[in-house]
Ligand binder design. Sequence first.
Ligand code: AMP
Length: 284
Amino acid sequence: MKVINKVEELTVELNIFRSKGLSIGFVPTMGALHQGHLSLIETAGKENDLVVMSIFVNPTQFNNSEDLKKYPRDLNKDIELIKKSACSIVFAPDEKDIYPDENSKKSDFNFGLLTKIMEGKFRPSHFDGVAMVVKRLFEIVQPSKAYFGQKDIQQFLVINHLNNHYLADLKITLVKCPIIREPDGLAMSSRNLLLNDDSRKSAGLIAKTLIQAKENYKSFSVEELKKWVIDNINKDTKLKVEYFELVNDPDLEEIKIWDKNKKILACIAVFAGSIRLIDNIYFN
Ligand code: AMP
């Protein structure tokens, strides 16, 4: 496995592969890798000749400088974890390689409703930052397929829009991979490393509640179900729900009544102590 820091070096390397007609699978991450990231590499490895993973903590998607500062970073540990995986190239650029100047941090995307609710509402400008870095990385790597987790489902839908409307010429196929969970159901996340013991114990309730909601939703009205989920989580004093929304995949329109023709997605953000966690589940 090769670790490459410079765009020029990566381009030369990937051009050789492309000239041989080999397919490139791409897994963008911010590091602090866990089994969730490994599952993306594994799927990419089965579907491509070469897997490239990027590790870059993207400053433009953080709307809170404290959050950016405390985001876990340990490149050596990450490399150790994926050394034996199907990943052949780790691209770990510096900020200057991705954003050469201040102009490169400006964006003019329009994602409509996709970025106005949930993460978009509570983390203003977050998705502009995500779209900016994914656009730059897609243009550098030019993969055949790119792999993302359902864990960040709203991000996936935004990137899908970006890919179809702003980057169609690159002809990249996006692949959505399932959420990998801890034994108590907590969705694996780099942020789980920041939880203290008490918050970690409580955090299992988030996924348990989503599963119960999925199993029983037809017995409640939409409003009743929302209230039950929020109350059930908030009754644990270590947890505080920021939002719980029932939306339609792929356009994220609010679900007002149970409609079997719609793909119902339940999305949640919860503070466990001071750490913000997100999760989601499809009901049907
Ligand atoms: P991150 O490094 O957190 O930005 O995530 C990089 C990629 O890994 C994104 O596509 C995430 O959706 C995905 N990912 C993160 N956590 C999980 C998980 N628990 N299961 C599957 N994919 C995940």
